[in-house]
Design a protein around this ligand. Structure first.
Ligand code: NAP
Length: 299
């Protein structure tokens, strides 16, 4: 048997991402022991029953004792409170990371509590589904997907390299960037699309009040795809919008301008403009699929 990369890994939260990490760590033998904390007894029992974790605790501080790697897998708005609770018991030399969909706010929340001898390296796997909870996870979630690390000023190079290796062991490609850049990129590629999905499904449902059955009956692929995204976890997404406020508002204002241009093109019967725009977006989709196929082929 090969030696695990970390003797003990502690996860705070065992929902979709936490449980997928457990599966991926077990698959690759990355952790000697996996301990975790979760708010409810039900989640702790499920995590133990499924063999996701070896130890489950109610308090985060109990889970992180002696852990070499600690990963926060909770809604981003809780990062500060949890960091405060675990700080006194974090092992000197341990790596503290997270999987939150927002990075600048997590750094601002954690830094005031961070012990000097702990390496804090924020992270975010760009992989997920609309499902939540410990039973939603699976080992392949991170395979061929990007995980982003946003080291803070003076992050230890060796610790960053080790965390990069950990995510690669979980199946990911790893990219390193600043937290500011991450938050702007994700506002465009993930946060805005989710906001639009929540809005569209809400609007269509309101419009469909009179003809409820028709919204369901004729929900062809377009609307159906939006309902999948719009089924995402309300607490997680509330926190994402509130904690990436600046970047989301910036891209939302650009989106509103562009919607104005489209509105005008329809009102003015400007078929040329509509066709040009749709041709451009169609090409983006094709390029994206091509790039994905190439990436998978390379592995
Ligand atoms: P999830 O399935 O809803 O799991 C959340 C976990 O946090 C659960 O174990 C939950 O415990 C725990 N938790 C919630 N509120 C808590 C509280 N007040 N105190 C202590 N623990 C609490 O969420 P997830 O999808 O794994 O998301 C976790 C993180 O990953 C978020 O920061 C999110 O931004 C990020 N992320 C999500 C995705 C995605 O697609 N879902 C993708 C990439 C990154 P209980 O089960 O006991 O309530």
């Amino acid at each position: 048997m090969t030696t695990p990369m970390f003797d003990k890994v502690a996860l705070i939260g065992v929902g979709l991402i936490g449980s997928s990490l457990c599966h991926a760590m077990r698959r690759a033998g990355l952790a000697g022991t996996i301990s975790a904390s979760a708010r409810t007894q039900k989640t702790r029992d499920t995590a133990l029953r499924l063999g996701l974790v070896d130890e489950a605790y109610e308090n985060a501080a109990d889970a992180v004792r002696d852990a070499d790697l600690v990963i926060l897998c909770i809604p981003v708005g809780l990062s500060g409170v949890i960091a405060r609770d675990i700080a006194p018991v974090l092992k000197p030399g341990a790596i503290l990371s997270d999987v939150g969909s927002v990075k600048k706010s997590v750094i601002e929340q954690v830094m005031p509590h961070l012990p000097k001898d702990v390496h804090f390296i924020p992270g975010h796997p760009i992989a997920g589904t609309e499902h939540s909870g410990p039973e939603a996870g699976f080992a392949e979630l991170f395979d061929h997907r990007w995980s982003i690390l946003t080291p803070i000023e003076n992050s230890d190079g060796a610790a960053v390299a080790q965390l990069k290796k950990f995510w690669e062991g979980c199946g990911s490609h790893v990219e390193i960037m600043t937290a500011e850049h991450h938050d702007l990129v994700l506002a465009v590629t993930s946060h805005l699309p989710h906001l639009i999905a929540f809005n569209i499904v809400g609007t269509a449902t309101d419009l469909g009040k009179v003809t409820d059955s028709e919204v369901i009956k004729y929900a062809a692929s377009g609307f159906r795809d939006f309902t999948r995204i719009a089924a995402s976890d309300p607490v997680m997404w509330r926190d994402v919008f509130l904690h990436n406020k600046e970047a989301v508002l910036e891209v939302l204002s650009r989106f509103n301008e562009d919607i104005g241009i489209l509105t005008r093109a329809i009102r003015d019967d400007d078929g040329e403009k509509l066709e040009a725009l749709i041709s451009r977006t169609r090409k983006i989709r094709r390029d994206l699929l091509e790039e994905e196929a190439q990436e998978k082929g390379e592995d």
